[in-house]
Design a protein around this ligand. Sequence first.
Ligand SMILES: [Zn+2]
Length: 441
Amino acid sequence: MKKFLTIFICKLLRFAGKLIGKGSSKPGQVALKLCPDILSRVQLPKYIIAVTGSNGKTSTVEMIAHILTQNGYSVAWNKEGSNQIEGVTTLVLGSATLGGKVKSDILLIESDERFARYTFRYIKPTHYVITNLYRDQLTRNGHPEWVYDALADSITDGTQLILNADDPLVSSFGHGRNNVVWFGADKLSSDTETLDSVYNDGAYCPVCKSPMTYTTHHYNHIGHYACTKCGYKRQNTQYTITSVDLEKGEMTIDGKHTITLALKSLYNIYNILSAYTVASIVGVDGAKIAADMNNYVLKNGRVITFELGGRQGTLLTSKHENSISYDQSIRVASACKDGCDVMFIVDAVSRKYFTSDVSWLYDIDFEMLDNGSIHQIVLAGKYVNDLAVRFSYTDIPDSKIKRFEDIGEAVDFLNSDRREYIYVITCFSDKGKFLAKVKGE
Ligand SMILES: [Zn+2]
């Protein structure tokens, strides 16, 4: 009876919340108060797929859901992206019958890496994807060892781990375990021999803390590594990116499935590969997955194309206070070959709380924009001066940089007879202020 009531109330609150456009964690929060172990009382589907990691979770989950749905599976997943236990509870109870049976073939959960141990106390994933982990970012979020323990605690014996072999921190979760599926990329034409990034998460072996060596870097600490002392090294992969042509916008998986990329970035190809891996494990044919991923445009609103006068552009949603997410977007913009302009907007640092801390700007690798293809850099928003000070520490010539406190004035400046492509890089909290002034697609 308690189960029935809890599920009923959760569904009711979820329905009411949808009507008034409220978030999806509240119903789960109430349900957990009414019945703290409600998640252990529901009957779950055969496949419980969890995705966690520092970056790419939301996109990967959306891609997995897309592929599986396209291939006839019913998937319960947290579209709203609320990825802590309350949001997951809302998802599970919302997808269950009043008797407590989840009706879908597959339960697909995005989980915050810091809170995975709470989320998976009652729900044991059958398949558990870890996309990537950044120690720098973990440090910002809390003590790195604590995050490791939190994640390690959420992995149980019956779970098949699906790990990014190119990430030494992620791979350490598979160290000494049997049931692991590895995905990763062969040496790519865009690789570098030495690390060309400010992040150095791969400097030391996660197992014995001795120095590590890399034969190739895909980006940041993602690459082919080996410990100089204990023998810990990159594992061979079962699902592999065999080639990438970012200029053409193509990737090939396992030497035979070529996918055209809607977003030409290395981060995107890893998200596609992890979705490919999961869908393959569930039983979808590789050629079918590749067709479903071909030119796939994410629906989560993180990448939005727009027109400004006669100019084309893309808004890349990043997260203020999260240097890695900026890094990803800057990498996309810096790869443009035909010349482009890049605009940064920092108007409200956070949409959740008031802060004017801009120290995170100093963790972002703006130096990547110091190349001939980037013509103008436009800085805008209330924090334009902080942005300008940050740029003064780069080698980018000051003549390339324009500053506007008013976002409208910055847009007017870009709305010129120039033809270069425009990239706008900003946060959820500020992107609407830009989009209101252009014609979005
Ligand atoms: Zn070692």
